[in-house]
Ligand binder design. Structure first.
Ligand SMILES: [Zn+2]
Ligand SMILES: [Zn+2]
Length: 221
């Protein structure tokens, strides 16, 4: 499902096509191979061997390290790309290990949020943060910066692009962080972590304004 969604979005948003095609191929391979491996590292090595040639140069030349990404995650390290994808396949099925995590940390794996998801609830929307590693979603207060917990509405702003009607970007003037908020009811086939990779125009806009993302995605944005 995620592979098909990534390919669909790659055709629709050519600017993001390179990473979406690579991620689609990785999800397909993970689906075929995961049951053959009992650990994430050999799967990461296999992904790198099979798909590294299609990745941008620093990722192609880096040896993936699952342990490094899990223990001191650095999304800009080219060794992270395939390590993150392989780890995700395991982390998705892990039990909640951090039930007392901070509000902006994943209660399942302790990692940072990748994005926000607005889900219809009663008369309004409820906000959930989605993990950058295991993709678990947990509730979070609306109109709050996930990085510094700012709640002053004067310091939080929202931007959107006509071509991406299912997303908005929340920026914080206090810490200069931004995060994308996705609305699945506006895009019924949405898979949030895949669709977030298609929001390149919003990333470019936010970064040109001097904001940094709460946690960079697989594309390094
Ligand atoms: Zn997680
Ligand atoms: Zn902030």
């Amino acid at each position: 499902m995620r592979a098909a969604r990534a390919r669909h979005l790659a055709a629709r948003y050519p600017q993001s096509a390179e990473v979406l095609e690579l991620v689609a191929a990785a999800y397909e391979l993970i689906g075929d191979l995961q049951h053959k491996f009992s650990e994430a590292q050999p799967l990461a090595d296999r992904l790198h061997a099979a798909l590294g040639g299609r990745a941008p140069e620093p990722v192609r030349d880096a040896v993936p390290s699952v342990e490094t990404y899990y223990n001191s995650p650095n999304p800009f390290d080219p060794a992270s790309f395939f390590a993150r994808l392989a780890l995700e396949a395991w982390a998705r099925h892990a039990p909640l290990q951090f039930p007392n995590a901070a509000p902006n940390e994943c209660p399942r794996c302790g990692h940072a949020p990748q994005l926000g998801v607005l889900r219809q609830s009663g008369n309004g929307d409820a906000l959930f943060l989605a993990c950058s590693l295991c993709r678990h979603e947990w509730p979070f207060r609306r109109t709050t910066c996930p990085e510094c917990a700012e709640t002053d509405p004067e310091r939080l702003s929202y931007y959107s692009a006509e071509t991406l009607p299912f997303a908005q970007t929340q920026t914080c003037q206090s810490c200069n962080a931004y995060i994308h908020l996705l609305s699945p009811e506006r895009e019924l086939e949405m898979i949030p972590e895949v669709d977030e990779l298609a929001l390149l125009p919003l990333d470019v806009w936010a970064q040109e304004q001097g904001f940094h993302k709460v946690w960079p995605n697989l594309a390094g944005l």
